[in-house]
Design a protein around this ligand. Structure first.
Ligand code: ZN
Length: 334
């Protein structure tokens, strides 16, 4: 269910909500329509940024479900909420209800939403919306056995990896431009995306996303001949610029720093015309797809103390070209 939800782009939960979530309760396939409903599900809390567990059985008793069948997702954001869930009685809905935001309905997540104790979404036919459900989530007394006695370890591991994947989703809000520079110890720029993957594998940049592990920290690589290679999927969090991981990372193969690569011993000293052309086309597509403002297309060095993408990267003229829509790119809506 989590995997299905994350595949649909209209279901994008704001990054700020995903990053602030401390526990998630999932109650699948609740039959609505009746006045009172009771359904079982799972709860798990975050142990660290990328670790969730253990799992616990819970039961939801409540009302306010109109559709014939829904999946209920409760994102617990506050410590009070975590304590309530842990002590076995978490109230949802009622007077404290805060409408649960989606990127499509509220592009900017407000402080009110982030200081809510919890946010409740419901999925109907795989599409998320803010839920009107109210009631209480309790530890499930019918299953007093530890979960690993009842559910095979493989199943709980699969579930937890879906949770990790779900919280690694992003809705891109900007673009960071990098150069690859050289791979330390090799003294030359990478020849293929496989070289980068191998190098990033050793750096621990991997992410679990859509049920697959990706090593390359960037979303795209642009080769010297202008070919654009996929890194990790666009909706997976990047690992290319600290604090800007909801920005898409595009890396241009070469070392464009006149200090580090003055004579071209370490590969191309400036991006080729084909690389720049591909970069501009790619930025336009991404800008349109995610409504990214021009001011959110930055160099790595604009947001971090690094020389990347080097003083020979023609940022000004790239921005100028981005302002004029290149031929062959259709205007997006909005
Ligand atoms: Zn960089």
């Amino acid at each position: 269910m989590l995997d299905e939800i994350s595949k649909k782009s209209q279901n994008a939960v704001p990054d700020a909500v995903l990053n602030s979530t401390k526990c998630i309760v999932v109650i699948p396939s609740i039959r609505g329509g009746a006045l009172n409903v009771s359904a079982g599900g799972m709860a798990t809390c975050r142990e660290s940024a990328d670790r969730w567990g253990p799992l616990a059985f819970v039961r939801f008793n409540g009302r306010g479900i109109r559709a014939p069948r829904i999946d209920l997702l409760v994102f617990v954001l506050s410590d009070t909420g975590v304590r309530a869930l842990r002590s076995g009685e978490l109230q949802i809905g009622g007077q404290k209800r805060t409408a649960a935001p989606l990127v499509s309905t509220s592009p900017v997540t407000t402080q009110v939403e982030l200081t809510a104790e919890l946010l409740t979404y419901e999925g109907t036919a795989g599409v998320l919306s803010s839920s009107e459900a109210s009631g209480v989530i309790r530890g499930d007394a019918d299953t007093s056995q530890p979960i690993h006695n009842v559910v095979p370890r493989k199943t709980t591991e699969k579930y937890l990896s879906s949770v990790v994947s779900f919280f690694n989703m992003i809705t891109p809000t900007g673009i960071v431009i990098h150069h690859t520079a050289v791979i330390p110890g090799e003294n030359t720029v990478p020849r293929s995306e496989r070289d980068i993957d191998k190098y990033h594998r050793t750096r621990g940049f991997e992410i679990l996303c859509f049920g697959r592990v990706y090593h390359v920290a960037y979303h795209y690589l642009i080769m010297p001949n202008g070919a654009v290679k996929m890194g990790r999927p666009e909706r997976c969090e990047g690992a290319h610029a600290a604090g800007y991981n909801s920005y898409l990372g595009i890396s241009i193969v070469g070392d464009f720093s006149s200090e580090d690569n003055p004579t071209g011993k370490k590969g191309p000293t400036r991006p080729s015309a084909k690389q720049i052309a591909s970069l501009i086309q790619l930025c336009w597509r991404l800008k349109d797809r995610y409504n990214i403002p021009l001011q959110h297309i930055v160099r790595h060095s604009d947001i971090s103390s690094t020389k990347c993408p080097g003083d020979r990267f023609p940022y000004r003229s790239t921005l100028d070209q981005l302002q004029r829509r290149p031929a062959g790119v259709k205007p997006g809506r909005g």
